[in-house]
Design a protein around this ligand. Structure first.
Ligand code: ATP
Ligand code: MG
Length: 387
């Protein structure tokens, strides 16, 4: 069935009211759409800036019916939305990405199987869902990382394991839930590709993003032509495109990669939505990942984004509010904003907690060197360790 293009003036809906939903709402509203957010939290970052905020659980039939009634199309801003909720919505309105694509991203074992089916290299791994699978885990995967198959994010639901006994006790600690044991790989660095795929299968993408994680959480993203060898960047884009095509994906997809010390590329995981590493595109590209999300769900043309400025993104985590004492205090915004090319984004979260994503800072400049130098000065002012 060909659906009509959804034009500005209509209402676009999103499941989830976090910062990604908030930036989606900003992009949709800038283009003249109304927005509807479903999130139970009355203070959710996206709910507070949306035309409509439905405050029910993600599986509440009335909340979902209300969202379907309001919105000409619905998308999601986090992958742990129950697939049943997407399926229920799809019976009443246009939903992208589709429930079955989100179900793959929700589940590490399924995700890995999909990568293998697409012919994209993955880390050596084994599924551990039963005591028999635990006993049979190949020793060659150690030292490794045991990751829960579902509900992990920002390094949560993971344990480093060095020995078979350590593996058994880590599985106990994780509650004997289905897991994937991955070999710990010698990383040179990490990168990601954000792409958008339309209903017609057309694909556009942002430039490949080089990512630095600290403690399992994204800390810094660097995007410019010199951030990695061009052949490697082309390989990452091609791999991301085949992952999207294999899912018959509609919407914005992020594919995260490891680059190993021998220069080879390994896919880590996917996010069926805009991604933290793509937030720089609001300030550094002529089409942001959030505008791509709007265009894809509305059936509008996807024009290739053009990066107009080298960009660095610094994540602003809750611990920066405690850099000067035990009582939370806002970082020195005035000094940071005195630096040229600094774009501050705060998500409207009331309470700062260590590890909580409170906002991000994008630094743009005429050259990669200048962007990096300014980002390092901003980091020093904020209490972020140099990179
Ligand atoms: P996200 O918030 O991105 O969803 P997550 O909790 O799903 O994170 P992963 O992306 O699996 O976790 O891992 C977090 C980080 O841990 C990676 O970005 C990488 O730095 C490190 N890591 C994960 N798996 C491996 C591995 N097999 N070998 C080496 N390092 C790894
Ligand atoms: Mg990750």
């Amino acid at each position: 069935m060909t659906r009509p293009v959804i034009l500005p003036g209509a209402t676009l809906g999103v499941l989830g009211g976090g910062q990604i939903g908030r930036m989606f709402v900003h992009a949709a509203q800038a283009m003249g759409y109304c927005t509807a957010v479903l999130d139970p939290d009355p203070a959710s970052p996206a709910g507070r800036v949306s035309h409509h905020h439905i405050r029910t659980g993600y599986e509440d039939p009335q909340g979902l019916a209300e969202l379907a009634r309001l919105a000409a199309a619905v998308t999601t801003e986090f992958e742990n939305v129950p697939a049943s909720a997407l399926a229920a919505l799809a019976r009443a309105t246009a939903v992208s990405p589709a429930a079955d694509a989100v179900a793959v991203a929700q589940h590490r074992a399924r995700e890995k199987a999909h990568f293998v089916a697409c012919g994209v290299p993955v880390a050596p791994h084994a599924v551990i869902a039963t005591p028999e699978q635990l006993a049979a885990a190949p020793a060659a995967l150690l030292p490794g990382i045991l990751k829960t198959s579902t509900l992990g994010y920002d390094g949560k639901g993971q344990a480093q394991v060095g020995t078979p006994a350590g593996l058994a006790s880590a599985w106990e600690r994780l509650g004997r839930v289905p897991c994937v044991l991955e070999q710990r790989l010698p990383l040179a660095f990490e990168c990601s590709v954000v792409l958008a795929r339309g209903r017609d299968g057309a694909v556009v993408h942002l430039p490949v993003q080089r990512n630095l994680h600290r403690g399992g959480i994204l800390a810094v993203t660097e995007v410019h032509e010199q951030n990695m060898p061009p052949a490697l960047a082309r390989q990452a884009v091609a791999a991301a495109e085949s992952v999207a095509q294999g899912l018959d994906y509609t919407g914005v997809l992020c594919v995260e990669f490891f680059v190993l010390q021998d220069g080879s590329l390994v896919v880590n995981e996917i996010a069926p939505r805009p991604h933290n590493s793509g937030h720089w595109s609001i300030d550094g590209a002529d089409v942001s990942q959030f505008e791509l999300q709007v265009r894809a769900m509305a059936g509008l043309p996807l024009t290739p984004p053009r990066q107009h400025s080298p960009a660095l993104l610094l994540n602003l985590l809750g611990e920066l509010w405690f850099a000067r004492g035990a009582e939370p205090a806002a970082p020195p915004w005035e000094q940071v904003l005195a630096l040229p090319g600094c774009h501050l984004h705060l998500y409207g979260k009331r309470e700062a907690r260590p590890g909580r994503k409170m906002g991000h800072l994008t630094v743009t400049a005429a050259t990669p060197e200048a962007a990096r130098a300014t980002a390092l000065r901003a980091a020093a002012l904020l209490g972020i360790a140099p990179f």
